[in-house]
Write a protein that binds this ligand. Structure first.
Ligand code: FAD
Length: 445
């Protein structure tokens, strides 16, 4: 028998969003947990150079945070985003709501603040021990031993079992799959990203609509901004790494100003520190990964970006990482005496859906960089929204199912395709009727 408590304490590698949430979930079930995090404690000093990096929290993440009893602490840290404000090149704006009412919104949250809150609550639990500055280096699978680098010293641990929650470049995954029959696929986007900050007004308040996600779609590149509680916004520019008008060609102050004059002249007056911020903020890369299996025996299992990193364009990476934690806990509940069966059931319940999410996230890249401005895209959105209002239980736009429900991602896509067929059938039938009526009227005349 191998239940979640058998054999002693559990090691979670990575104290990021998924790792800290799962530590809390396991501790609430009476499991002793050691969290090993590569970085220093983010609650001490300023992380990320004091910059705020925010994420959109939606239904799946909210559900997982509710399950561990933290949602009431998290919500006051967030800013509601009721929809997207699209900024056209001529400076005009247009609002696209995220759903049909105030229940269907996203919540912008500072990733570091959320991580600190999760770590605080995990640490308060007597079952949890946090070990910062511990970087996983090696796994000895035969001895079932983890080896960490702790400020230059080797530290070893022999936990009862292990969770790899160490993000997109997971060392736990690499070590687990070394020498095994495992699949791993990784794709880099040819675009990177840079985060800039749009300051609040001097007396407080926001320079642009606060309670919305803002998008500046320019086909060649685009900006997205998330609001902060103090009225500032975190802007993220997505731009090709190489080629004309790319990160490679935008290095000097003049090149930065030229890029903004060409694509985002309306942002220049709002960003007085543009050049300094450009130089001092790093350029990030974006990857999608798919892998299998997600576990080995009854000893190690992966969650979050460690097993499925996705491009950030559907705003679901953290949400799906949190949903993994719920799914793993549900699998333990369904297989209370068989950890290996729980790991397999967890992967079966999740992997097809996170693979779908990866595809949806790629498709949303096209949507954000250009489609949000297209006439047909907007017309389609309006039809979807109207049908959703008319038939709120039966007609659900894809975005609604992904962001505002916990329906598995693959089921949501399937349902959206069925709806698409119905709509196409209805439009074709309508076209036939109109043409038929035209012919009939023509004959009469
Ligand atoms: P991480 O948060 O990456 O945590 C992994 C942790 O493991 C880190 O703390 C790391 O230091 C630690 N670690 C790494 N290696 C080791 C090691 N060898 N030993 C010990 N510790 C280690 N998601 C959303 O839901 N909504 C959004 O709006 C959104 N926007 C995004 C925008 C951008 C630009 C990006 C890049 C991502 C965005 N995401 C968003 C995705 C989200 O950030 C990730 O999906 C989420 O952070 C995954 O959580 P995780 O715990 O699996 O990994």
């Amino acid at each position: 028998e191998q239940d979640i408590n058998a054999g002693g304490r559990v090691a979670i590698v990575g104290g990021g969003l998924a790792g800290s949430l799962l530590a809390l979930s396991l501790a609430r079930q009476g499991v002793g947990v050691d969290v090993y995090e590569r970085r220093p404690d983010p609650r001490v000093g300023l992380s990320e150079g004091g910059r705020s990096i925010n994420l959109g929290l939606s239904k799946r993440g909210i559900q997982a945070l509710t399950e561990v009893g933290l949602i009431d602490q998290v919500m006051p840290l967030s800013v509601v985003m009721g929809g997207r404000v699209i900024h056209a090149p001529d400076g005009s704006t247009r609002f696209q709501p995220y759903g049909k009412d105030r229940g269907e919104v996203l919540h912008s949250i500072d990733r570091n603040e959320l991580n600190r809150l999760l770590l605080d609550h995990a640490q308060r639990h007597p079952q949890v021990r946090l070990h910062f500055n511990h970087r996983l280096e090696r796994i000895d699978k035969a001895r079932r031993e983890l080896e960490f680098d702790h400020d230059g010293e080797k530290v070893r641990a022999q936990p009862a079992w292990v969770v790899g929650a160490d993000g997109a470049f997971s060392r736990a995954r690499q070590e687990m799959q070394r020498g095994e029959r495992a699949d791993y696929h990784q794709e880099y986007l040819e675009w990177g990203y840079k985060e800039l900050s749009l300051a609040a007004l001097p007396g407080g308040g926001s320079q642009i609509e606060l309670e919305a996600l803002h998008v500046w779609p320019r086909v060649h590149c685009f900006f997205v901004s998330h609001p902060n509680r103090d009225g500032s916004h975190t802007l993220t520019l997505f731009l090709p790494h190489e080629g004309p008008d790319s990160f490679a060609t935008t290095r000097t102050p003049d090149e930065v100003r030229a890029l903004f004059n060409k694509y985002f002249p309306d942002l220049i007056p709002l960003l007085p520190n543009l050049v300094d911020d450009w130089v001092s903020h790093p350029t990030g890369s974006l990857i999608t990964t798919r892998t299998a299996p997600w576990s080995m025996d009854e000893w190690i299992v992966l969650v979050g970006d460690a097993c499925h990193a996705v491009y950030p364009f559907y705003g679901q990476g953290m949400n799906s990482a949190f949903e993994d934690c719920s799914a793993l806990m549900a699998a333990f509940a369904a297989h209370p005496r068989d950890r290996r069966a729980a790991f397999i059931a967890y992967e079966q319940s999740r992997r097809p859906h996170t693979d779908t999410l990866a595809e949806l996230s790629k498709a949303n890249f096209i949507e954000l960089k250009q489609k949000v401005q297209s006439f047909w895209f907007l017309a389609r959105k309006r039809v979807d929204a109207a049908l959703n209002r008319l038939l709120p239980k039966t007609w659900l736009p894809l975005y609604t199912m992904i962001a505002h429900t916990t329906m598995p991602y693959g089921d949501a896509l399937k349902r959206s395709r069925q709806q698409e067929k119905i709509l196409l059938g209805a439009v074709s039938a309508l076209a036939l009727v109109v043409v038929g009526a035209g012919v009939w009227v023509g004959r009469l005349l």
